[in-house]
Write a protein that binds this ligand. Structure first.
Ligand SMILES: NC(=O)c1ccc[n+]([C@@H]2O[C@H](COP(=O)([O-])OP(=O)(O)OC[C@H]3O[C@@H](n4cnc5c(N)ncnc54)[C@H](OP(=O)(O)O)[C@@H]3O)[C@@H](O)[C@H]2O)c1
Length: 321
């Protein structure tokens, strides 16, 4: 079996760890029953990669997957699949699956809580005061039962919503299908979207990037939020119309934003966001793939395919996520 690996970030340390984890796993007696030679772990964009059975990828260039004619499974190295779906030549007969790693939901929910509380408890202002040795109390914002909305109630959004409820927020959630979750006021559809926008004081996006979610957070959406709301994006950059966010903050409609994802990454040096102190910029680090935990799912997915079954967490091409 040949596993072809491609990571557009070029992180060699991570690549070495994946290779070690997968080769060790497939050498263990319980997987030895699969009678695999190897597995060989090769660069997907090399000559050997053309013969890969399994592709393990993050941001593959258009056409690369189509050029590998023996592929039996494409596995996303992250929880999102938009980086694979944007390839116009994506082979339509090869199943695509994504990671669903509790470690990712854990990390992302902690990031949301960190940036939200930093904003609500005046972290930036107190840091500025401290730099000038000013010891001065500011009014404390009431956060008990403060309404916050989580857009996307999937593997990650659900954990974020539960944890925000556990620390005293009144949590609204929005998803494509209607959910019923303890302690979360769940909404769906256009009416649910309006209600969440108009009610919450903080808005947390953790949606997958699809045709329906692209540009969702725009001037029209910001105008419906209560004045001085806060926006947090842990989903994908293309879900936000960046100039509309900037205008909403500069007009005072929004108090600020914490962003982990951007339309162009790395965020260009000349981007206006760098000059707006009310926007906190994170370089796509809210939840990084942890090979130690994620490799368990990759191994299970490969095993399923080799056993002639469909792996878990398959991409639904009609929905786009
Ligand atoms: N910043 C980071 O470091 C980082 C790390 C990991 C993931 N992410 C992003 O987080 C996203 C979500 O991951 P996940 O594992 O939680 O995904 P998931 O399990 O597929 O959940 C997606 C959620 O979004 C909802 N949704 C999708 N399209 C919608 C629409 N048009 N209207 C309303 N709701 C919609 C889904 O509704 P249903 O439940 O009804 O299907 C579901 O609740 C990923 O796609 C990725 O872009 C970012």
């Amino acid at each position: 079996m040949i596993i072809g690996y491609y990571d557009k970030t070029g992180d060699q340390q991570s690549r070495a760890r994946w290779q070690q984890l997968l080769q060790t796993a497939f050498a263990r007696p319980n997987l030895a029953r699969l009678n695999l030679a190897g597995p060989d772990f090769v660069a997907l964009d090399s000559a050997a990669g053309r013969h890969a059975d399994i592709a393990l990828v993050w941001g593959p260039p258009a056409g690369l997957l189509a050029s590998c004619k023996r592929l039996r499974l494409i596995i996303s190295l992250g929880q999102g699949v938009d980086h694979i779906m944007r390839d116009p030549d994506l082979p339509d007969t090869v199943p695509v699956c994504r990671l669903v790693d509790p470690d990712m939901a854990h990390a992302l929910s902690q990031w949301v809580i960190a940036v939200l509380l930093d904003h609500l408890r005046d972290g930036p202002a107190y840091r500025e005061q401290a730099a000038g040795r000013v010891f001065q109390q500011r009014p404390q914002i009431q956060t008990l039962d403060l309404p916050v909305a989580v857009y996307g109630l999937g593997a990650i959004g659900r954990v974020i919503a539960e944890r925000l409820a556990a620390i005293g927020f009144q949590v609204l959630g929005w998803a494509a299908s209607q959910k019923s979750l303890p302690d979360i006021a769940c909404h769906s559809g256009p009416a649910g979207w309006q209600h969440c926008l108009q009610t919450a004081r903080a808005h947390i996006c953790i949606l997958p990037l699809t045709k329906k979610t692209e540009n969702l957070f725009n001037a029209k959406a910001f105008a419906q939020m209560p004045k001085a709301s806060y926006f947090i994006n842990g989903g994908r950059g293309r879900q936000l119309v960046e100039e509309d966010l900037l205008a909403a903050i500069q007009s005072g409609q929004l108090a600020g934003a914490a962003l982990d994802v951007f339309r162009t990454e790395p965020l260009p040096e000349e981007h206006a966001f760098w000059l707006e102190p009310r926007i906190t910029i994170w370089p796509h680090v809210a939840a990084r793939t942890n090979p130690e935990t994620a490799s368990r799912q990759v191994i299970a997915a490969i095993e399923a395919v080799l056993d002639g079954q469909l792996p878990a967490n398959l991409l639904d091409r009609t929905r786009g996520y």
